[in-house]
Design a protein around this ligand. Sequence first.
Ligand SMILES: Cc1cc2nc3c(=O)[nH]c(=O)nc-3n(C[C@H](O)[C@H](O)[C@H](O)COP(=O)(O)O)c2cc1C
Length: 377
Amino acid sequence: MQNQTPFLGFWQDLPKPLVGLAPMDGVTDVVCRTLVARHGKPDVMFTEFTHVEGLIRASQRLLQDFEYTEMERPVVAQIYGHKPEFFYLATHIVCELGFDGVDINMGCPAKKVVSKNCGAGLIRVPELAQEIVRQTRQAILDWTAGQTLMDIGLPNKLIRLIKEANARRGVTAPQRQQIPYSVKTRLGYDSCIIEEWVQTLLEEKPAVITIHGRTLKQMYKGEADWEAIARAAEIIHQTDTLVFGNGDVTTLQGAAEKIISSGVDGGLLGRVAIGMPWIFENKTLLREFVNKARTEVVPIAEKSPLQRLQISLEHADLLQKLRGDRIYPALKRHLSGYLSGFPGAAVLRRQAMLTQNFEELRAQLLPFTQLEEHDVA
Ligand SMILES: Cc1cc2nc3c(=O)[nH]c(=O)nc-3n(C[C@H](O)[C@H](O)[C@H](O)COP(=O)(O)O)c2cc1C
């Protein structure tokens, strides 16, 4: 195992530096990713993190996290947990569902996640983290070699739900192609140990290591440390594994500069994409800037207030269609992003936050979409 090179799969074919949508629980669901895919598609997207054990036991609800549409590809399923045997089972599901890759979350700082050695808690137990990666890799190899969901003893009900999810995308029998595995992590637990930590991860030959430039203890406080990411990138570049940086990117120009200064192969953008799914539209300009084929600043594609309102309603329509009326509160986080950054946005946003359902929101916003552009602003 030690001498193997990582299997890069689709990652190899993506243009570099790449720009992807970071996984965000409660945010980057199939609806959000579809909007992002429609309005300026990033090079890669990730699902929300999904608990491996919950997936096997609770199935239906958690399988929703793994819904995706073909236009999102390449799309990577992110999983988390602390029991290697459940990573083995869950990875079979990821493969069977036809994802382009599987990503292991070793970065979530939430107390209830970390207390069970899940997410960033795994940084404290490196042997367990490595065993989890090994089980994930073994599952990919066994599934590729023909092992079925029945062979590994998954309940019939879960197998049926997976078949139904595939059928919704027009797939009857998934192609047994090997997929790459990757890890998304942080700089350390309570202090930055990233140089040591990436060496541990590299022993398991992931295709990609994504580093959010904060420790677990920092949660989201302070600034992401891209210098630490750069030090890790130097180590990772001595292998065939790719490295992506993440944290605090708020503009495409900022992303370009961070990518250049840290030497990473790409960057994942998270919070900035909430209510701004078009942030990825100028990714080719970003690449040209980083690769020195362009010297002008990389702008974020402009959207008028009217276009912002239209896209927010498009988001609402798709959310209601795919997830039903009860999901409405989940839209609020996106609305606060859409309804900002233009004159009069604060008033609209405050009113939108008071709405209770899709109909109220449409009643509030639709009249504005029938006005001329300058009236909206
Ligand atoms: C609401 C929210 C949910 C998140 N959920 C996940 C997750 O499911 N998996 C993960 O790896 N990171 C998750 N993250 C972390 C982000 O992927 C990213 O690392 C972090 O937000 C820093 O990047 P940013 O500054 O570009 O937002 C989440 C972040 C936020 C704000």
